[in-house]
Design a protein around this ligand. Sequence first.
Ligand code: PLP
Length: 476
Amino acid sequence: MRDVLARLAELQAGDLPVHGGRTLAYVYDSGLPEVDRIGREAVAAYAGSNGLDPTSFPSLLAMENDLVGFACDLLDAPDSAVGSVTSGGTESVLLAVQGARDSRPDVESPSMVVPSTVHAAFHKAAHYFGVSARVVPVGADFRADVAATAAGVDDSTVLVVGSAPSYAHGVVDDIPSLAALAAARGIRCHVDACIGGWVLPYAGRLGRSVPSWSFAVDGVTSISVDTHKYAYAPKGTSLLLHRSPELRRPQFFASADWPGYTMLNATMQSTKSGGPLAGAWAVVQHLGHEGYESLAAQVFEAVDRIAAGLPAGLHVVVPPDSTLLALATDGTSDAFTVCDEMRGRGWYVQPQMSYAGAAPTIHLSVSAATLACVDDLLADLGGSVEAAREAGPASVDEGVAAFIAALDPSALTDADFDGLLAASGLLADPSAGPTVGLVLPPRMAPVNAMLDLASPALREALLIAFLDRLQRPARG
Ligand SMILES: Cc1ncc(COP(=O)(O)O)c(C=O)c1O
């Protein structure tokens, strides 16, 4: 048994670190070892419990109601509000869209109006549920264009969406205006606060200026907020809150039309581990409002110091409303190369491709734990910008660029994908066949530069082909 766990540790050593505040995407680190311990022990204690049936595992129901109650306090929810624990932000978003669609069976071809900065989970929901996404541009401040949203609404609209904040730029949309225009037409308005919902309320309590976005805003009908982000809970939970039980009703699913137990679910999963819920409950109970306020003070101090102390050649694309920063270079260095240089210095910062004519950016999701290493972060950003300037931009061979420009993603064959993956450096040895040989090159800038030339549709197709080749069975 020790061998297996030792092998597990060995495997995990190749992953991004989840502690230390140097991984600035994917993970959220409180920097408090006891928070991690409590979360881990609660997950382990409930790993085998089944959230399928709250009457058989009543402790899970009690923890869910506690967690939703805590979130209701946080998000200014009225007494009528209800909520469910889901597996993550994407599931919360999927259910918000599914619920909106199914609340309007009279609408034959439902649509939702979303800002272009909305999380990709809404496009997934559109794809899964046949709700067409009407994407409206954002203004120069990267916030949803309210007039364009109003213009996008018609009789087919079942949902209007805003973010608090958006992932890519970290700014909060004008929720009062979006909610008002939705309410005026009797349309649901969902606020995607997956990444900001647990930290913005504490920012307000700390006296920072925060735009209104919660249930305090009339017309907001549902909010998604992830506990596995800024509640610093173990991975695997998010909350979807509705202003009233009637609004949540279409989310429920029951089927008695088979010979087994009546399947009765509030969310997408049926059998689900009690572990993530117990982990989130334990961490939230342990930290409480006081703990979160103190962590928020730390994370915002880190954000302010990063934004104010950026090295020459880097700037924030827009002043952040929350804990996320989008950084752009001044053009003398290449953002993708800066990300590689940071990786070499022991950091993970996330490259964001160019979009709608805007240059690529560097995303930072700042954690409370990052505060302790802000000076190192700024120094290493400075060194990375310098090194990237010296290295020059990652270039794409002209022939490859022309080839990419001419490609039609819908007409590509598997052989084309193998060729493209090989050319991009993502497929180490295409002759070895599709089941082996995939490696990430040590420097991703040339790959990112190539992907950046591709249209979103081609990038999607290429990365799906890549994932398909990654997910092949490892056999004997
Ligand atoms: C605003 C927003 N919505 C939805 C999601 C999706 O959350 P998850 O990755 O937990 O599915 C994210 C993830 O970062 C997010 O930032």
